[in-house]
Design a protein around this ligand. Structure first.
Ligand SMILES: Cc1cc2nc3c(=O)[nH]c(=O)nc-3n(C[C@H](O)[C@H](O)[C@H](O)COP(=O)(O)O)c2cc1C
Length: 214
């Protein structure tokens, strides 16, 4: 391995800034703008986010998921309802997530209460997925042990044959969750480590904003 000096890796951030008088009252407006700019900039997986849940007292848990919906009040993602993250969310229905758009030197952090999407919402999204992904949802009991790769591939083939020529229904243990916005924080990299951070917090339906030190 080459001798990489991790502690010496650093970069100057010069792409932009957050100007106080241009900040909207509603952070969802800014989130939509940043998300559109990430898509336009051809960031890889612009909707990928690290999702943190609570597994138990003193045990956090984090993994990547793909944001699949954005409304004025929430973001949503889809998963297996028997997975570790779903167990976490059933026991502690709160989550935090972080999106890092490296090419734009931007981070967004979101937190809030979590609710399951309705069956109809999950059905609609499941129907829109490529057939392969629909089969994959049946074939993989997410987060549970598998003997080997072959077991997964055999499951996949079995489901493929079972539904040959037919529409694949959504598995009952697969669907969406939404994170209802409580806080949204925007981070824009700036030179000299004087990054911009604006934290929005919602109380009684009203958004408050605060610049915080980087
Ligand atoms: C870029 C990326 C996107 C992912 N998107 C999802 C997703 O949308 N839903 C999902 O269940 N898992 C997704 N995964 C897999 C999860 O990170 C994780 O491995 C899996 O959901 C099991 O997590 P759990 O055991 O904590 O439930 C993604 C992984 C990566 C790297």
């Amino acid at each position: 391995m080459t001798d990489i000096k991790i502690a010496d890796l650093r970069k100057q951030y010069k792409k932009g800034g957050l100007v106080d008088h241009e900040l909207p009252e509603n952070p969802v407006e800014l989130f939509r703008k940043w998300f559109e700019e990430a898509v336009e900039s051809e960031v890889i997986e612009p909707n990928a986010m690290a999702l943190a849940t609570v597994t138990g007292a003193e045990t956090p848990n984090v993994r990547m998921v793909l944001m699949k919906g954005l409304t004025d009040h929430s973001i949503s993602f889809y998963t297996n309802y028997e997975s570790q993250k779903a167990k976490d969310l059933n026991a502690y229905p709160v989550a935090a997530c972080t999106i890092w758009w490296a090419e734009l030197e931007r981070q967004v952090r979101i937190s809030g209460k979590v609710e399951k999407l309705t069956a109809a919402e999950s059905d609609d999204y499941f129907r829109s997925r490529p057939r392969e992904s629909q089969i994959g949802a049946w074939a993989s009991n997410q987060s549970r042990p598998v003997a080997n790769r072959k077991e997964l591939e055999d499951n996949f083939k079995e489901i493929e044959e079972k539904y040959d020529g037919e529409e694949i229904p959504r598995p009952e243990d697969w669907g969406g969750f939404k994170i209802i916005f409580e806080t949204i924080e925007f981070w824009q990299g700036r030179p000299g480590r004087l990054h911009d951070r604006i934290l929005y917090q919602q109380t009684a339906g009203k958004w408050n904003q605060q610049r915080i030190a980087p």
